[in-house]
Each structure stands twice: as structure tokens, then as C-alpha cells.
Design a protein around this ligand. Structure first.
Ligand SMILES: [Cu+2]
Length: 155
């Protein structure tokens, strides 16, 4: 075997080893990202509607709709209220079409699918007290998809 061929084998094996290592660690990371922690401070039921989000708090039985107003593009009616330093589990579903619950500032993105509940947990940083995070539907869901937004308010 000449030295050029040896080099080709070495490069091929090096690339295969690198890709195998990346796949190994990404698979583990994927499971950790989806895992629900054993301790949850607050549960929020999130329901997508055309074209607003509904937030229900099983702890006290209250719900808030963030309604849309197509005539002037404003939203009213509530927010997703959370406390700093807590772990929040959201159970996300939809009553009409597929929506996507996306909070870029908190690293949350999960689909709202009719007939199915997707669970996701996220941490609210201690330093986030007083912060407001934008929620934007990121699955095109009809005419007013663009104004289907709400806020996570950390109090
Ligand atoms: Cu939508």
C-alpha cells in the first residue's frame, strides 16, 4: 500500500470517527433537552386557537386568553405569568389547526397539535424578574397567524 492510499484511509477513518462522536453526543443531548425534570414548580396548560393563545393554571383553576383584534392588530386579555427561579412545565395542545408555541428568549419551541398534548419544561432564570418575553406562533395557521402573539411575563 503506497503512502497516498494510507493517507486516504486515515482521512476517511478520521471523518467517520468525528461524525460518530458528534452523533453520539447529539443523541444524548436530544434526550436531555426533551426530558421533563422531576421537580416542577408550576404547570400551565397552553391551548392554541385561531388566532390566540389560552393559558390555564391548574393550581388555581384560572385561565387567560390572549385575544387578537384584527381591526387594529392589538392583543389583550392576559399573558403567561411565571415567577423567577422556577421550573415551569407547559402542556401544549390546539383546538383547531396546528400552531407552534415559540418563546425564543427562553429557548422554548413546541408544536400545538389538535388531539395531542406535547409537554415541555423550561427554567425561568432568577435574573429574569421583571422581564417580558415574546411568544409568537411559528406555524402558519391562517389569516391572522402574523398577529398570534402573546407574552411571558416574569413577576
Ligand atoms: Cu398560528
Amino acid at each position: 500500500m503506497d503512502s497516498t492510499r494510507k493517507l486516504e484511509y486515515a482521512w476517511t477513518l478520521a471523518v467517520v470517527a468525528l461524525l460518530a462522536a458528534v452523533m453520539f453526543y447529539s443523541t444524548i443531548l436530544l434526550y436531555h433537552v426533551d426530558a421533563i425534570p422531576s421537580h416542577i414548580d408550576e404547570y400551565v396548560e397552553v391551548t392554541g386557537h385561531q388566532w390566540y393563545w389560552e393559558f390555564c393554571y391548574p393550581a388555581n383553576g384560572t385561565c387567560a386568553n390572549v385575544t387578537y383584534n384584527p381591526s387594529n392588530g392589538t392583543t389583550t386579555g392576559g399573558a403567561l405569568w411565571v415567577h423567577p427561579g422556577t421550573t415551569v412545565q407547559i402542556n401544549v395542545t390546539s383546538l383547531d389547526v396546528i400552531h407552534s408555541f415559540n418563546v425564543p428568549g427562553l429557548g422554548v419551541r413546541i408544536d400545538a397539535i389538535p388531539g395531542r398534548t406535547n409537554n415541555f419544561a423550561f427554567n425561568v432564570p432568577n435574573a429574569a424578574a421583571g422581564t417580558t418575553y415574546l411568544i409568537q406562533c411559528t406555524e402558519f395557521c391562517g389569516t391572522y397567524h402574523g398577529i398570534m402573539r402573546a407574552f411571558v411575563v416574569v413577576t
